[in-house]
Design a protein around this ligand. Structure first.
Ligand code: GLN
Length: 469
């Protein structure tokens, strides 16, 4: 419509903001960037050579944006306005995107249901009072509801792919190092990676190409040329897809059926299916839940009531300031992770937990290297189930929720790229499958997902939104 002059950039921006307000009960945004977005859209003219020109976008509320409140959905960052903008946001703005809002998320990206947010639950646009997934739950809900066509997320153990699956979207976690982490508030630095959530693999390719680029401000940023996944998107080679033996029998009958339908679609498109083995994959959840909390306990030590956001009142002395600000500022899940992380890093337990987890992490990465000698990409479900009701998982036993990450975590441990693709609905609710590839195989992953989407229509379905009016 922009290209045909059927809508102006400012009309599109205003429409997106008015949808954000109309669906306020979804609770997918922490802040709407109304004034700045409208001002920006009036100054921008549409550039037909640029696919992201004047496209409204929402950013997960852990990407710093200069002078715009950035909280990670935590009380401890309430009121914090960063003095600088994250590289990812800058890259997307340089490509023409207009930032409409910051999205709600699990506090500091710790969770799989968006229920740990200080700002309350986000609803799944497909079913009220059900989770959108997490931690990029607001991002997924903002795209699934049609408010924005594209959102950024981050994925430390599945936080882009799982909400994408639960909201019928396509979500890509790129290779570790592909996208700059500068200005992205850290959870677990060796695992965190930003990526796009959109309707299709094609939209993810467009966004990925704009998000990437070497950044000297992130020491883990890879020295790569420009990413050009869009140029090669239509190239379909009949790849071999590996099915993980160890994942057999992990799904309910209905979820298994949906996954088998995806396998059959790929077979009918000429892909070969081959069983492969990842012998150490069963250790990926426990390994992650040692390493991620360890890194989080270190990263989150900077939030002490002195430098950022929230500071407790009634302070007697410096120790009191730290203890009270952190005790009152962090939510329960974040505290649990800090405690676990501090424990596994402490002198007497370091070797038994942290060092052991690092060793197992290496074994898991090596399993992938061996598997990719047998197949080009690995095909798995994205999550064990569909969306679930608020407060139904993890309230008594947090590990129940940690198992949501069964299929997604290993790719983060190995630093390799993976995508979630909408597949057959299960009891009228979205589900997804995942394609995992070797380092820097984003082109092959996106080509394969795109090929699937040219031959299926699940990704075209959208929720009615009536219950949110
Ligand atoms: N669900 C996982 C966790 O709670 C992953 C979160 C993420 O990828 N940010 O840590």
């Amino acid at each position: 419509m922009l290209a045909n002059k059927e809508i102006t950039p400012s009309e599109l921006t205003e429409e997106s903001i008015s949808l954000a307000k109309r669906y306020a009960s979804l609770n997918c945004f922490n802040v709407i960037n109304e004034e700045a977005a409208i001002a920006q859209s009036r100054n921008l003219s549409f550039d037909s050579n640029n696919l992201l020109s004047c496209i409204p976008i929402a950013h997960k509320d852990l990407f710093c944006i200069k002078d715009l409140e950035t909280t990670c959905s935590s009380k401890i960052l309430e009121g914090y306005k960063p003095p600088y903008t994250a590289t990812v946001v800058k890259n997307l703005e340089n490509a023409g995107c207009i930032t409409i809002a910051k999205t709600n998320m699990d506090e500091f990206a710790m969770g799989s249901s968006n229920e740990t947010s200080y700002f309350g639950n986000v609803h799944n646009p497909w079913l009220k009072n059900h989770v959108p997934g997490g931690s990029s739950g607001g991002a997924a809900a903002s795209v699934a509801s049609g408010i924005v066509p594209l959102a950024t997320g981050t994925d430390t153990g599945g936080s882009i792919r799982q909400p994408a699956a639960l909201c019928n979207l396509t979500g890509l976690k790129p290779t570790y190092g592909r996208i700059s982490r500068w200005g992205m508030i850290a959870f677990a630095s060796s695992l965190d990676q930003a990526g796009p959530i959109a309707h299709t693999a094609k939209d993810c390719a467009i966004a990925l190409d704009a998000m990437t680029g070497h950044d000297s401000k992130d020491s883990t940023s890879l020295h790569l040329g420009k990413t050009t996944t869009l140029e090669t998107l239509e190239k379909h080679t009949s790849l071999t897809l590996g099915i993980v033996k160890e994942f057999n029998g992990q799904l309910s009958a209905e979820m298994e059926l949906a996954f088998q339908k995806s396998i059959m679609t790929y077979q009918s498109l000429g892909y070969k299916i081959k069983e492969i083995t990842l012998p150490n994959i069963k250790y990926s959840v426990p390994t992650y839940y040692v390493i991620a909390p360890a890194e989080c306990s270190s990263n989150l030590s900077r939030f002490d009531g002195v430098r950022f956001g929230f500071r407790s009142k009634n302070i007697q002395n410096l120790e009191d300031l730290y203890v009270k600000s952190r005790s009152e500022g962090f939510g329960n899940e974040v505290k649990r992770r800090i405690l676990i992380g501090t424990y596994v890093l402490s002198a007497g337990y370091y070797d038994a937990y942290y060092k052991k987890a690092q060793q197992v992490r290496r074994l898991i990465a090596e399993d992938f290297n061996s598997a990719f000698k047998e197949c080009d990409l690995i095909l798995t479900p994205t999550s064990p189930g569909t969306t679930f009701a608020f407060d139904s998982k993890g309230s008594k036993d947090p590990t129940e929720l940690y198992l949501e990450d069964l299929f997604t975590i290993a790719a983060n441990l190995a630093g390799i790229p993976a995508i979630s693709v909408p597949q057959a609905f299960v009891n009228n609710l979205p589900s997804g499958h995942q394609l995992i590839g070797p380092h820097l195989s984003e082109s092959a992953i996106l080509q394969t997902a795109h090929h699937f989407q040219l031959n299926s229509d699940w990704h075209l379905k959208s929720p009615s939104m009536e219950s949110f009016l």
